[in-house]
Design a protein around this ligand. Structure first.
Ligand code: NAD
Ligand code: MG
Length: 396
């Protein structure tokens, strides 16, 4: 039976990989809605190819531009505007699955809406889970939604877990999760070498081709910090049950270690179409257009400890998770402001972790009980981060 998919963030790196998988299986999947932000022409081109019922853009002027382009191509699809429309196309009854591939906090509300409407949620937007972990997992459980992790590490862990895993490590003989990290483009660099690195160097990831924000996160190791929090929420474990292993080849995408000495891993090409196709078709498997792994070509796999002194963001994330409540949301918001400032060449690479640490230190303890708590913590952290930034710019 054909399944209807909404792709949030369709013009991004994950969005376009998702559409590539859809393109290979026209009998299995049909596109219900595609959403974008600033790349209107690309979104319209995807709409002309996939003929969705709706496309969603953030503002009226972008929507007008899209309507003109669609009319010129005689494409029937309707253009909607704003966050309310993102929620609509994530929760409409016709939709079977939602690819959550908006970057950052902007994806939280529609991703949560997909969970609350009992959809299969294909979760790439890790920031949404980091910000609102307990609420998000509760929404999945209470509405019988399905949560399929798309982040390659979490998808690998999901594949390496027992099929009937119910959130209890000890019941299944699980000792720990081995979360692999490539180490990013600056692995082996010293702090003094990192002083001068540029945004262009930071976004040039050695193994994966991704959006700018996650590429910078990979360079600071904040991506691994966010992923550590993501794994704790997804698999219901403590931060000390996860060990980060730097594995520069990115062939093993993560592992699960059991009490009988077994370690189960998932290996593959660094191509996001594998976890995307897995999440879409689960529990079946479908062709993802990914070339086979040639182990003779790879020849060797290396593993080293992360360098916490040079890359403090990983520990900042771990501490934020352990403090709980609003701390992960505050960490995420401060990181988004810091990364945007670094990409705009306002702050240095090393100042990213300084900014985040300063905001976390100011943060008061607060429980997280509803979405408003998350949104106000996000707002508070952005204000504090911008105040820090103003001072930094005055001093530099
Ligand atoms: P990207 O920058 O390539 O794409 C981001 C998408 O989000 C675009 O479609 C953009 O239009 C949309 N968007 C941006 N700001 C928005 C806003 N304010 N409102 C609505 N839409 C907005 O990013 P990406 O690399 O595809 O990453 C998307 C998400 O997937 C991120 O959360 C990232 O951490 C996660 N992820 C990505 C990869 C990867 O390989 N790219 C791997 C694992 C996880
Ligand atoms: Mg990842």
């Amino acid at each position: 039976m054909t399944q209807w998919i909404t792709v949030l963030g369709a013009t991004g790196s994950i969005g376009s990989s998702t559409l590539d998988v859809v393109r290979r299986h026209p009998d299995r999947y049909r596109v219900y809605a595609l959403t974008g932000f600033s790349r209107v022409a690309e979104l319209v081109a995807a709409a002309i190819e996939f003929q969705p019922q709706y496309i969603v853009l953030p503002i009226e002027s972008a929507a007008k531009q899209a309507q003109q382009l669609l009319a010129a191509a005689a494409c029937q699809c309707e253009v909607l505007v704003g966050e309310k429309s993102l929620v609509k196309v994530s929760s409409d009854s016709k939709v079977d699955m939602v690819m959550a591939a908006i970057v950052g906090a902007a994806g939280l509300v529609p991703t949560l809406a997909a969970a609350e409407s009992g959809k299969r949620v294909l979760l790439a937007n890790k920031e949404a889970l980091v910000m609102a972990g307990p609420l998000f997992m509760q929404a999945i459980r209470q509405n019988n939604a399905e949560l399929l992790p798309i982040d390659s590490e979490h998808n690998a862990i999901f594949q390496s877990m027992p099929a009937n895993y119910d959130g209890d490590f000890s019941q299944h003989g699980i000792e720990k999760i081995l979360l692999t990290a490539s180490g990013g483009p600056f692995r082996n660099k010293s702090r003094s070498e990192l002083k001068q690195v540029t945004p262009a160097q930071a976004v040039a990831h050695p193994n994966w081709s991704m959006g700018a924000k996650i590429s910078v996160d990979s360079a600071t190791l904040m991506n691994k910090g966010l992923e550590l929090i993501e794994a704790c929420f997804l698999f219901n474990c403590r931060a000390d049950q996860i060990e980060v292993v730097v594995h520069p080849q990115s062939v093993i995408h993560s592992m699960v270690q059991y009490n009988d000495g077994s370690v189960i891993a998932e290996l593959g090409q660094p191509d996001m179409r594998t976890p995307i196709a897995y999440g879409m078709a689960w529990p079946e498997r479908i062709d993802a257009g990914v070339k086979h792994l040639d182990l003779f070509d790879i020849a060797r796999l290396d593993f080293v400890q992360p360098d916490h002194e040079t890359f403090p963001c990983l520990n900042l994330a771990k501490v934020a998770f352990e403090r709980g409540g609003i701390f992960p949301a505050v960490l995420n918001a401060a990181n988004e402001i810091a990364v945007a400032a670094f990409l705009a060449e306002q702050i240095s690479f090393l100042a990213i972790s300084d900014l985040i640490e300063a905001v976390i230190q100011e943060c008061p303890e607060q429980h997280l009980t509803c979405l408003e708590d998350v949104l106000s913590a996000d707002c508070w952290a952005r204000e504090r981060a911008n105040a820090w930034l103003t001072n930094y710019l005055l001093d530099h």
